[in-house]
Each structure stands twice: as structure tokens, then as C-alpha cells.
Design a protein around this ligand. Sequence first.
Ligand code: ADP
Ligand code: MG
Length: 230
Amino acid sequence: MKTAQILSKAREEKRTVLTEIEAKQILGEAGINCTPTVLAESKEKAVSICDEIGYPVVLKVSSVDITHKSDAGGVKVNLQNREAVEKAYDDIMTSCRAYAPDANIEGVAVQGMAKIGTEIIMGMIKDASFGPVVMFGLGGVLVEVLKDVSFRIVPIEKADAEEMTSEIQGKKLLAGYRGNDPADVPYLQEMLVKLSDFVNATPGIEEIDMNPVFAYKEGAVVVDARIILS
Ligand code: ADP
Ligand code: MG
């Protein structure tokens, strides 16, 4: 489905939350690289998709009522074979139903296991006085504990994105540390500009959360995305 269709479908259904699959589809159309992710409405479908895309894979609960999927026991990573997928599917359903008994669960989102990179977060929030602002930061424990993030008002240009990636306190981590690969910073800057361009061109979006993005020596990929509509 195209962005416009996804947005109008959500509005018809009177919901403000998009699924990870919808969010990645929209961001992908905006030129932002996301892990290809497809919906499986049943265990059998999940297995056949995994056989097709190849192992290892990741299964995540797909429900607009469960936005923090790990909290619900809704994420199973690094599944190596059919048996693991079947068990993960059952485990996800059991724990998500216990966590949110009224949640409407459409199935699981299936995706390949992405190679681990430097964990980044990017997103957009609406500031009460400035309107949409884009955000960049280091992911994982660093963002949770230190809130090491940088913001700019939309729209941004390349020079703004360059400031964003250079003003975070943990910027040394982007250059590689203890044998880890450096992150492709120019690529991340381009992603920020694409995100800003998309937000600027698309009214009615309240919040975007890409967490985590894995950054590599070359390129980067969004492995989880959330979009909230106004
Ligand atoms: P949540 O809704 O809890 O934020 P995520 O989709 O972010 O769920 O998944 C939780 C964690 O699982 C991520 O932070 C990441 O470390 C890992 N993960 C998720 N998807 C993938 C993937 N495709 N490849 C590798 N790791 C993944
Ligand atoms: Mg996440």
C-alpha cells in the first residue's frame, strides 16, 4: 500500500497508531531504509514466509493496541529454524494476550535478523511552540539513561543534520570504539534530511519513532518504527 492509502485507511478506522509494518512502508517510500517486514496472520503463514526469506528471523506481535512490543513479550529475535518460529509464534500470542487481553492482534510481523550495528534513534515530535522537530541520538542504554539527543526544527538542511550528529555527547561512539566499526555518519545525516522532508510534506503526523536504527560502516537500517497520527 502507498503512504496516502495507509493514512486514509487508518483515518477511516479512526485510529491514530500505525503498525510497524505500515510505518516501515511509509518511511521506505520516503527513501528511508527499513528492514523488509511482512504480516503473517497465522503460524503457518509465518513459517512459510520465514522459509522464503531465510533464517535467522525476527517475529513481533502486530497490533495497534501494543506499541511497546517487548514489554508485552511480543518480540522474538534470532530464530534459527521452523521449530523456533512455531514456538515463538505461540509464546508471543500467549504473553501478549495475557499482557493486553482486549488487544486486537492481527498476527505477527516477520522480518530478517539485521546485523547488529551502532544503535541510533531518530524521530520526530511536535513541540508546543516550534511545531515538528526532528531528533537524533544514540540508542540503547545511552539514550535511556543519559537522554543524549539533539533536536532541530523542521525543515532541516544538510548543514543542520551535520550539527545534529556532531553535537551529541557520545559522538565518539559514531567514530567507532574498541574495535567496533564506525557509523556511516553522512548516511545518517541524509536520513535525517529525508525524515524532515517527509514530515514537512505530510500533514497529520504527530510523532515518529525509529528505535533502533542500526548504523554500519556503510549505510544504516531501521529495525523498528512507530508512527502516531494527529
Ligand atoms: P519494541 O516495540 O519493544 O521497541 P523492537 O522492534 O524495537 O520492539 O524490538 C526490540 C529489540 O529487538 C530491538 O531494540 C532490537 O535490539 C531487536 N530487534 C528488533 N528487530 C530486529 C531485527 N530485524 N534484527 C535484529 N534485531 C532486532
Ligand atoms: Mg523499538
